[in-house]
Ligand binder design. Structure first.
Ligand SMILES: [Zn+2]
Length: 501
């Protein structure tokens, strides 16, 4: 164990095990099961209950947000998912679009995804698979003018891998848990560089999506506990199958984890119910994750703005990463739920606290405020690392902050503390550099920026969050806003730390 973790270990021991947990009740009444495919495109009602009252107004402010209606079948053997998807897409760019892309990430994550019966506004179209089949080019003819909408419909089939392979093992069926990262055809962001459709690099998180609305019905074996982004808005059980409908939006994606072996503990923080799921026998791990998640939601809600949804799920899944963020839900490696064990040489409980706080931080920096996770990964990762430090300060005081801060220097040490810029695209780093620079040197930069800005830093970071809600932040807008707050020139600092020299 590293000395740097001693303080944190002490704080964790003092904090003790989660108390105040209550068994989970079905907190949503079960109305008539909605078939998303029958819903009206402009019906925002299903999304209201998933947002806290103060956030519900946003539903009237995103008229052109993409709407996904998905009907998904999970078979008993978990081999091949079948789905029907209908998408309402509005061209919010200032140029006519002669094509739109659908990402099929299963094809670069060890599985296989194929689309059939593709139609645009009811007309058959012939798509083309590109970028190692991770992108499907859908022609729009005539081109879609700015402000106009189109409806894209399709069937899709996805083969689920059983071997943990591509993209950190976030997609597949492993150890009795089905994990469905980016399983459905999804439209990437169109921005200054056009459609964001590069082949996913091995290191990075792949999602870069606009805030959208998702209504998803899942038909699955009845014994499965299905955990997903958003809230349950409909349920029907028939014999040995269940139909559960979920709604979330605005959100940058939709994630499902499911297992017949999940157990759950829950707690309310403000207007949000936090549910923590673990495999039976790991209830202590579920309680610890719940405690850390609740502390992080409180800390970040106070600092940046209240967590927007009425539900937040933390779920234990097998994976090769430590954790992964999704809208309204985070997945944490099941290795951390054996509280007596070690993960990468660190006691599991300590590793879990940092992992959970980091992934919770992404709800603010990645989901509510989006960014290009491939071209500017520092913007959400270095911020998630930095705000994890703030969580430690809020829950354990300065010693806890200092203890966690040491882990940034440990990471940066892995490349001998070389001054590699933090603001490069994910593909520009080697695997070792990516972790060391974006997750190590990155938060050290944010801390350095905070020191230079002094009292103007906290209001700046809050403003960055508030003024970019449900939009995309960039390094340029981040720097500009910071300079506006400090009334100072930050160009030398950004040159030293962020930009390529
Ligand atoms: Zn992260």
């Amino acid at each position: 164990m590293s000395k740097l973790f001693t303080w944190v270990l002490l704080m964790a021991a003092l904090a003790g095990i989660a108390t105040g947990c209550v068994p989970s009740f079905s907190n949503t009444p079960a109305p008539t099961p909605a078939n998303p495919l029958d819903s009206a495109w402009d019906d925002r009602a299903p999304f209201r209950a998933g947002l806290i009252p103060a956030e519900q107004g946003v539903l009237g402010q995103l008229p052109g947000a993409t709407v996904y209606h998905i009907d998904l079948q999970i078979p008993n053997d978990f081999q091949v998912l079948q789905g029907r998807e209908e998408v309402h897409y509005t061209n919010r760019e200032d140029v006519a679009l002669d094509k739109v892309y659908l990402r099929l990430f299963a094809n670069t994550a060890g599985g296989k995804s194929a689309v059939s019966a593709l139609q645009v506004d009811g007309q058959d179209v012939e798509p083309a698979y590109e970028f190692q089949d991770s992108a499907l080019r859908v022609p729009l003819s005539p081109a879609l003018p700015p402000g106009e909408s189109t409806i894209i419909t399709m069937d899709f089939a996805v083969t689920v891998p059983r071997e943990m392979g591509g993209n950190y093992g976030l997609f597949g069926y492993f150890d009795d848990v089905l994990v469905l990262d980016e399983f459905y055809p999804v439209i990437p962001v169109y921005d200054g560089e056009g459609w964001n459709v590069e082949t996913p690099p091995p290191n990075a998180d792949v999602p870069y999506f606009d805030a959208s609305l998702y209504l998803v019905r899942v038909t699955a074996p009845a014994e499965l506990i299905v955990v997903a982004s958003g809230i349950e808005v409909g349920r029907a059980n028939q014999g040995d199958t269940q139909e559960v409908t979920f709604a979330i939006g605005p959100a940058r994606g939709f994630y499902i984890a499911a297992s017949a072996k999940y157990t759950v503990v829950s707690q309310k923080v403000g207007e949000t119910t936090i549910n923590s799921y673990a495999i039976q026998g790991r209830e202590d791990g579920a309680k610890a994750a719940l405690q850390y998640a609740a502390g992080a939601v409180k800390s970040f809600s106070t600092r940046f703005g209240t967590y927007p949804y009425t539900e937040f799920d933390v779920v234990s899944t097998p994976m090769q990463a430590l954790g992964m963020e999704y809208p309204g839900i985070v997945a944490i490696t099941s290795d951390e739920y054996d509280l007596n064990g070690n993960v990468r040489g660190v006691p599991a409980r300590i590793m879990m606290e940092g992992t959970v706080a980091h992934e919770v931080g992404h709800q603010w920096f990645y989901n509510v405020v989006g960014n290009d996770q491939l071209d500017e990964p520092w913007l959400d990762e270095a911020l998630a690392q930095y705000v994890t430090g703030l969580y430690y300060r809020d829950t354990g005081g300065e010693p806890a902050y200092q203890g966690y801060r040491g882990s940034w220097y440990d990471r940066w040490d892995r490349v001998n503390s070389k001054a590699i810029p933090i603001g490069l695209p994910a593909r520009a780093y080697t695997g070792q550099e990516y972790g060391a620079i974006v997750y190590g040197r990155g938060p050290i930069f944010v801390e350095t920026l905070a020191k230079q800005m002094g009292d103007s830093f906290d209001p700046f970071l809050r403003d960055y969050y508030q003024s970019n809600q449900w939009n995309i932040g960039t390094t340029a807008t981040f720097k500009q806003l910071a300079e506006q707050h400090c009334q100072c020139d930050l160009a030398p600092l950004f040159k030293e730390w962020v930009y390529e020299r």
